[in-house]
Design a protein around this ligand. Structure first.
Ligand code: X8Z
Ligand code: ZN
Length: 605
């Protein structure tokens, strides 16, 4: 969840300097620097309050916590907008690259701008806080089961992951989506207000503002995303084809059309975004035992607690030469879902004081998926800590994809080899089953790509007005069908609001960062493996225990967002650009196998 949150909050703290300066015409770079410096002192003093309020609101979803949070957000938004305008007033001042970059940050980094109007800022924050709380509290109460039979999202996710009963899956899939129709009108109003805010700051709409934070033009950024997608699409299509065949075998061709789109409730994930939970339905016939390394089973067999899982992940970072997490991390984080209150369970990583008050907030389940997510979250924390010496303006990742890619990169080093080293696995599988391991991972990493791409394609269409509220849901499914080759299992109507049943829509977290991260993490992994002198197949490479790899990562993280992301990318990988070649190389043996399996099948949808 990290970056937008922080920048947004930080920017709220400059009001007093703004008031002080607004009557002064900035004519020299020196004045701009003074403005930025004074602002920075105040930010450091004051940013904690907003972060703590947000922490409390997400840990205790009550009427009052949301009320206070909404008030605070409204003030913050107004201040941030006024500062952005002030920064724009310095557009013509000649300034060095650092100063210019700081001003640009002020102008671009507001996630949800309101117009410069207190009533509209208040309306906006009431809407956004309300949607997030509604999602966090969401339950589905199946008919005839009474109120004790109500399910929360954690429970429904478990059903979708493990059940193979088509009717049950369909019921839960549909049931969770009852959470979002009441958000739809609010979302539409939010779009109006934030577009107006973006206009005032000189952007055509909020989508173009979101696309402006990548050290290239918004149009070039969108084009690069499409170009990367086109490179990985054949791999996705091969995976889709094989998975569809496995599902058709299991559920029958009356439920899964072997030539058509896959019903979205059968893929083992509430949003059909990662598919590894249905591995057993699509695994190679030669590996009857399932994957050679089943981390869920290892966690159970070893009786690892949720906290043990976090300690194990921390140990990986420490093995790279990075410091341990602070004591307060263990005291203040939320690791377990409380049974007596509503919390936002969607995993997130926090830095409450821009120093060392690091935390995660997660409702950990003892399974492989959450083991991976813990590495993901700790990646955020280690990144946050690495750049905390930067000026506040540069306390962020090179671009938002970097933040999402860091912990995932570490997870790519969670190999059988590594598990043996740390004693979680007794011995290496005898004959290493390359295809099984790659397939399991591809079900997460490759299956995710079109979803990672389309969530913000939808939002960009909404922000630009290409989709009207009446068309929101149909537009969502058009993208899901086109890019993912999946379809809704039951009829969807215009009053439904299925995008709202995905956390990042009511949470207003931009999503293209995850698509970026899924490309970048393979570049990072490949480069780090090269650094440590590794020469074998990439999926067997682990950087565990390698201080040189740790130093390289740390050096990149320490840069924060002080330089264009292309430079950070080059520092780590030697390449200044996004390159899907690494993920393609990683999965090349799997692609060959999939192509063989798919012979005689009609692929595509
Ligand atoms: O939201 C997340 C993280 C927190 S930044 C758990 N992810 C995306 C999602 O769950 O939809 C990680 C993968 C994609
Ligand atoms: Zn994340």
């Amino acid at each position: 969840m990290f970056p937008g949150f922080k920048t947004f909050r930080l920017m709220g703290l400059w009001l007093s300097c703004l008031v002080f300066h607004s009557s002064v015409l900035a004519t020299s770079e020196q004045e701009v620097i003074e403005f930025l410096n004074e602002a920075e002192v105040k930010i450091r003093e004051m940013s904690e309050e907003g972060a703590r309020l947000a922490w409390i609101a997400a840990n205790f979803i009550t009427y009052d916590t949301q009320f206070v949070q909404a008030k605070h957000d409204a003030r913050t938004t107004l201040m941030a907008v006024q500062l952005a305008k002030q920064a724009a007033a310095y557009d013509d001042v000649k300034a060095n690259a650092d100063t210019r970059r700081k001003l640009d940050t002020l102008k671009q980094a507001i996630r949800l701008p309101a117009p410069d109007d207190a009533a509209l800022a208040a309306e906006l924050s009431t809407i956004t806080t309300g949607m997030k709380a509604r999602y966090g509290k969401g339950k589905y109460c199946p008919p005839n089961k009474g109120s004790d039979g109500c399910l929360d999202l954690v429970q429904m996710n478990n059903i979708i992951a493990n059940s193979r009963d088509e009717q049950e899956l369909r019921d839960v899939w549909q049931g969770w989506r009852e959470v979002s129709p009441p958000m739809k009108a609010n979302y539409a109003r939010q779009v109006e207000i934030t577009n107006q805010g973006a206009n005032e700051l000189g952007f055509t709409d909020l989508g173009s503002m979101w696309r402006s934070g990548y050290d290239m033009s918004p149009a070039d950024f969108a084009a690069d995303m499409d170009a990367q997608w086109n490179r990985v699409k054949p791999l996705y299509e091969a995976l889709h084809c094989h998975v569809r065949a496995g599902l058709a075998d299991h559920y029958g061709t009356d439920i899964v059309d072997p030539k058509g789109k896959i019903p979205a409730h059968l893929l083992g994930n509430m949003w059909a975004q990662q598919w590894s939970n249905i591995y057993d339905l699509v695994k190679p016939a030669s590996s009857q035992e399932g994957p050679k390394v089943d981390i869920t089973r290892l966690i159970e067999d070893r009786n690892m607690s949720e906290l043990d899982m976090v300690h194990t992940a921390e140990n990986f970072f420490v093995s790279l030469g990075l410091p341990k997490l602070p004591e307060t991390f263990w005291e203040r984080s939320l690791f377990l879902q409380p049974q007596d209150r509503d919390v936002v369970c969607h995993a997130s990583a926090w830095n409450l004081d821009s120093k060392d008050d690091l935390r995660i907030k997660m409702c950990i389940q003892r399974n492989e998926e959450d083991f991976t997510t813990i590495h993901h979250e700790l990646g955020h924390n280690y990144y946050q800590r690495a750049y905390n010496q930067q000026p506040v303006y540069f306390q962020g990742s090179a671009n938002d994809g970097f933040h999402e890619a860091l912990g995932d990169t570490i997870s790519l080093s969670v190999t059988p080899n590594y598990l043996v080293k740390i004693g979680m696995l007794e011995k290496l599988p005898e004959a290493s089953d390359e295809v099984a391991q790659l397939l399991k991972l591809a079900l997460n990493k490759v299956a995710f790509l079109p979803f990672g791409l389309l969530v913000d394609k939808w939002r960009w269409q909404v922000f630009s007005g290409e989709l009207t509220p009446q068309e929101y849901n149909q537009g969502w499914w058009a993208l899901r069908e086109q890019y993912q080759g999946i379809k809704a299992p039951v009829a969807r109507e215009a009053h439904h609001f299925d995008p709202g049943a995905k956390y990042h829509i009511p949470g207003n977290t931009p999503y293209m960062r995850y698509f970026l991260a899924h490309i970048q993490q393979f570049q990072f992994h490949e480069a780090l493996c090269k650094t440590v002198g590794y020469e074998g197949p990439l999926h067997e490479c682990t950087i565990y225990g390698n201080k040189e790899a740790g130093e390289r990562l740390d050096a990149m993280m320490k840069m924060g967002r002080s330089r264009p992301w292309q430079e950070a990318m080059e520092a780590l990988t030697g390449q200044p650009a996004l390159d899907a070649g690494a993920i393609l190389a990683y999965f090349a043996p799997l692609k060959a196998w999939l192509d063989e399996q798919n012979q005689g099948r009609q692929c595509g949808w």
